[in-house]
Design a binder for this molecule. Structure first.
Ligand SMILES: C[S@@+](CC[C@H](N)C(=O)[O-])C[C@H]1O[C@@H](n2cnc3c(N)ncnc32)[C@H](O)[C@@H]1O
Length: 389
């Protein structure tokens, strides 16, 4: 996969970049007006696996996409300074990146505000300076985009949990499940140890978790569960993820092994992440006969006990969504969840008990209907009860 990666931007890479662009812009917008925001706060962008900055076909890579996005962010509440750190292990790529960064910076309107640091080497070597930089910046976005899964997760999570750094920085990680599968197939003990380390479990536990059938297939749901458990160590409220397709012969394949994972404490950030997925899916996916799995998941979650809207949202957003098996209607955005709940309320199948009437739509007279633009607190104050027949 790595050979020729920077020759042209493949369609699946374009999807990844579209998501990065949109989620980073939202992160800037949300943090710039956040309750804890002070005028002197700085914003950090960290790209641990930076690459060359531009593909040979002229399409921008993640470092320049980040700079372009920061430059295009023109709110009154703009940050006084941005610190952008890029690390790239390959010498030739890093030299290209440095050139690309310096010529791109000259074209930026906000060049005075943006400090660019570009380091050649394994990002793990720069952990201390990274921590220093992250301490100086309250807000930010960390992107880890390796070819396979070479992330030293212990160090990554340690950095994220270092004092000051935790909480207000969003994290996006690319994970390649096929690379795990290939390693398991080799039976190489050293490599399997690395995969177990990635998930933070022993090799014995890892071996007992992987569910192989007689044909040697591995259910990727196991990786999802292991990864969600592992990333809980970041202490973020939302660990969400979806697969993106691969590209073969210039076309997107309906595959399911490249995953984008997003960790955040902000409910509107996780919502934006899933809106990006819908945006990408509607361009390519459609089906006529179809049962909406989001509706099934909501039915299951509200079946037994009353549940708050926030708890329901957390359940739905922390089970990863599949590009292969899901459709746009399955994606757990606030809008799609609340639409379905309102529909159930209209049919008299559920009731809402609310702490604050402002969550209710005033326009609806015939049944109790929720507004869509609800905050985390609002959602915590809505109790959904299934009406038993
Ligand atoms: C998938 S590419 C990154 C693409 C880039 N994020 C983009 O969207 O344009 C992965 C890059 O990570 C680099 N890399 C691999 N291991 C690394 C490490 N430990 N530290 C820093 N860079 C690394 C590779 O040389 C490669 O250029």
């Amino acid at each position: 996969m790595s050979d020729g990666y920077f020759n042209e931007e493949l369609l699946n890479t374009e999807i990844k970049h579209n998501v990065l662009k949109r989620v980073l812009l939202k992160s800037l917008a949300i943090s710039s007006v956040a309750r804890l925001r002070e005028d002197t706060d700085l914003y950090a962008f960290v790209d641990l696996y930076a690459g060359e900055g531009i593909h040979e076909d002229g399409k921008l890579g993640s470092p320049l996409i980040a700079l372009e996005t920061i430059d295009s962010f023109t709110y009154i509440n703009d940050f006084i300074k941005y610190k952008c750190l890029f690390t790239e292990i390959d010498e030739v790529r890093c030299n290209k990146l440095k050139q690309n960064l310096s010529s791109y910076k000259k074209s930026m309107k906000k060049q005075e505000k943006i400090e660019i640091i570009c380091k050649k080497g394994d990002w793990c070597e720069f952990a201390e300076s990274m921590i220093e930089m992250l301490k100086e910046t309250k807000w930010g976005f960390i992107f880890a985009d390796p070819f396979a899964n070479q992330i030293n997760m212990d160090l990554f999570i340690n950095i994220l949990n270092t004092e000051y750094i935790y909480s207000l920085k969003d994290i996006m990680i690319f994970v390649n499940y096929n690379a795990f599968k290939r390693i398991i197939g080799t039976g190489n003990k050293e490599l399997i140890q690395k995969v177990a380390d990635f998930f933070g479990i022993t090799v014995d536990k890892f071996n007992s978790e992987i569910n192989t059938d007689s044909s040697g297939n591995i259910d990727f749901k196991i990786f999802n569960e292991l990864l969600i458990d592992r990333l809980k160590e970041t202490n973020k409220d939302f660990i969400s993820g979806f697969s993106i397709p691969n590209t073969k012969n210039g076309k997107l394949t309906n595959s399911d092994y490249f995953f984008l994972i997003f960790c955040t404490t902000d409910i509107n950030m996780v919502d934006e992440f899933y809106k990006c997925l819908i945006n990408e899916m509607v361009k390519v996916k459609s089906e006529t006969t179809y049962i909406c799995t989001l509706h099934q998941k909501i039915n299951n979650a509200i079946l037994a006990n009353p549940i708050t809207l926030l708890a329901l949202f957390k359940v739905l957003t922390s089970s990863f969504i599949s590009w292969k098996y899901n459709l746009p209607e399955d994606v757990p955005t606030k809008n799609q969840i609340i639409d379905y709940l309102n529909d159930l309320s209209k049919k008299g199948l559920i009731t809402f008990k609310v702490k604050d009437n402002s969550v209710l739509s005033k326009r609806s007279r015939s049944f109790i209907k929720l507004n869509k633009n609800l905050t985390k607190n609002h959602m915590d104050g809505v109790l959904i009860t299934n009406v038993k027949e």
